[in-house]
Design a protein around this ligand. Structure first.
Ligand SMILES: *Cc1c(COP(=O)(O)O)cnc(C)c1O
Length: 388
């Protein structure tokens, strides 16, 4: 199971870089993406090889960047269930409605996938300490994997973050700093520490490997659906690594000969109180203006500016997808709808996918015969303040 990682590529200019160095953004200030020797991988890594591998994201190790198996940290992340939502589906007139239950990951969100890879690879490349600006879940996931790697973890989080996150991060051994401001203000503290040589920055899309962890959601979806992809994927978007990662996974799997050219329509969901990607998509732009006065109860969606904006928007357009903003009241109601009707307790960001789907069904954008997957990106237990 050796990695076929070959080089890093600037997502803006296409310029190539050595992957075996600790690195953040490209000289153009844009995300670097990991590239693999797909021809060699196509010969050496048939999808049948997966059959008897353990049910974690490391089953795709050849298409992941960590070279030395000793650095492949694991807390059992990935290979989450793809559950039929038959009662909600009946309500909505969608008999093929599914949920990818990402709340079952370590630290209860899909952030575990990205940080599992980012921390593993940073440790392999010799990082001595790690720092992150976060709305909550990314910090918890980083703390868990940093503990596993024996690396100090420094977390900067808005001071209004729900208390369970702070308790979790501290219990996992991280140094937590509460910041008076948004995630973008937290990022300033992390940048200052980078300039002083205090730590390596594992912010979303500011290092190349969180997106590699997130892309495994795309691999799993194909594997769990018998090497077909759904018609529509509905995804809550903050920094956007989930959409960018899955879109990358589909291209890789086609190059590996695992799937054909068919692609799902990708739907990005944001909160009406912070919807820079929705606004840019609807205005026909490729780069998103920063959102002023960002406010939403879905903390993971309170990201006023995303460095990978053009990658998210490109994926939406190329897929024939769309972008939808939903109100906080709707998504809070849909936290309960998923609980009452399906026995799931999603985070507010995750519940927003159901609210968005209601709009898409009402508009006729989703047809009754289509297979739709809602990404339930996190569990609701850290957000009990939203339920009375
Ligand atoms: C961070 C987060 C999101 C947003 O994910 P991105 O990949 O940053 O767009 C969605 N849901 C939950 C539960 C999150 O923690």
């Amino acid at each position: 199971m050796h990695s076929f990682l070959s080089h890093l590529e600037c997502s803006w200019t296409g310029e190539r870089f050595d992957p075996d160095q600790l690195i953040n953004l490209s000289p153009a200030g844009k995300p670097l993406l990991a590239r693999y020797d797909l021809e060699a991988a196509r010969r050496a890594f048939p999808r049948e090889a997966l059959a008897d591998r353990p049910p974690t994201l490391w089953r795709y190790a050849e298409m992941l960047p960590v070279r030395d198996p000793a650095f492949r940290l694991s807390l059992g992340e990935g290979f989450t269930p793809l559950l039929p939502l038959s009662r909600l589906g009946a309500d909505l007139g969608l008999p093929h409605l599914l949920a990818k239950e990402e709340g079952l990951n370590p630290t209860a969100s899909f952030k575990a996938r990205g940080l599992c890879l980012a921390v593993s690879r940073a440790a392999e490349l010799g990082a001595k300490a790690l720092a992150i600006p976060t709305a909550g879940n990314a910090g918890s996931a980083m703390a868990a994997y940093a503990a596993r790697a024996g690396l100090p973890a420094y977390i900067y989080v808005p001071q209004d973050v729900p208390r369970p996150f702070v308790a979790e991060m501290k219990a996992l051994g991280a140094q937590v700093t509460l910041v008076d401001g948004l995630i973008t203000d937290c990022a300033r503290f992390v940048r200052e520490g980078v300039a002083e040589g205090r730590w390596f920055d594992v912010s979303t899309l500011k290092e190349p490997y969180r997106v590699e962890g997130k892309k495994t959601m795309g691999y799993e979806l194909a594997e769990q659906l018998g090497w077909r992809l759904p018609d529509v994927i509905v995804y809550p978007t903050g920094g956007g690594t989930g959409i960018v990662g899955m879109w990358k996974a589909f291209a890789e799997m086609e190059a590996l000969g695992w799937i054909g050219p068919q692609r799902p329509r990708m739907v990005s969901v944001q909160s009406a109180g912070c919807a820079p990607i929705v606004r840019a998509f609807q205005a026909g732009q490729r780069l998103a203006e920063p959102w002023q006065g960002a406010a939403t109860v879905a903390d993971g969606l309170r990201v006023p500016a995303a460095i990978g904006d053009f990658l998210i928007i490109d994926a939406l357009r190329e897929s024939g997808g769309t972008a939808v903003a939903v109100d906080d009241e709707e998504l809070c109601q849909d936290m309960r709808a998923l609980g009452r009707l399906e026995g799931l307790f999603p985070a507010p960001e995750a519940a927003a996918t159901l609210s968005a789907l209601r709009h898409l069904v009402a508009d006729g954008w989703v047809r009754p015969d289509e297979t739709v997957v809602l990404f339930l990106t996190g569990n609701g237990l850290k957000y009990t303040h939203l339920i009375d």
